[in-house]
Design a protein around this ligand. Structure first.
Ligand code: THU
Length: 146
């Protein structure tokens, strides 16, 4: 069993949910009005959060997961132990296709991807379920300095 597949302690889950919820409150989503928050647990047990940031030139908008991944990398993180995404609505706020691939860069197939809404946790997937037979860093020779 690797770190990603170990059950998440209830306190960690609560901390992830709180971080993602706080990030979501800061989202800049004037066009879609759909605010999203994401929180990522890294290999050192640290939590990094992000929110979506939209743009008048629509394709330039960024997802919450992308912002959280930037924070993780900036802090020196390299591996994901858990991801949590929070968004409102009847449908589960699962990561978009592009963000599944972004998570894959730093997470393995057994990475827990938890989905919440403002009232709490709603679903739990693994990244492998969301992005099966994925293309990842192992397909390429990575630069040892990266
Ligand atoms: N969004 C995210 O932040 N993460 C996702 O995985 C799904 C979509 C954002 C992008 C856009 O600002 C808004 O939700 C509506 O698509």
């Amino acid at each position: 069993m690797n770190a990603a597949s170990e059950p998440l302690a209830p306190q960690l889950l609560a901390d992830l949910l709180a971080a993602a919820t706080a990030a979501r409150e800061r989202a800049y989503a004037p066009y879609s009005r759909f605010k999203v928050g994401a929180a990522l647990l890294d290999e050192q047990g640290r939590i990094h959060a992000g929110c979506n940031v939209e743009n008048a030139a629509y394709p330039q908008g960024a997802c919450a997961e992308a912002g959280a991944l930037s924070a993780l990398v900036l802090a020196g993180g390299r591996r994901l132990r858990a991801a949590l995404v929070v968004g409102e609505g009847a449908a589960l706020c699962t990561p978009c296709g592009g963000c599944r691939q972004r998570l894959r860069e730093f997470g393995s197939d057994d990475l827990p991807v938890l989905i919440a809404d403002p009232s709490g946790l709603r679903a739990r997937f693994t990244l492998g379920e969301l992005l099966p037979a994925s293309f990842g860093p192992d397909h390429l020779q990575k630069d040892a300095c990266a």
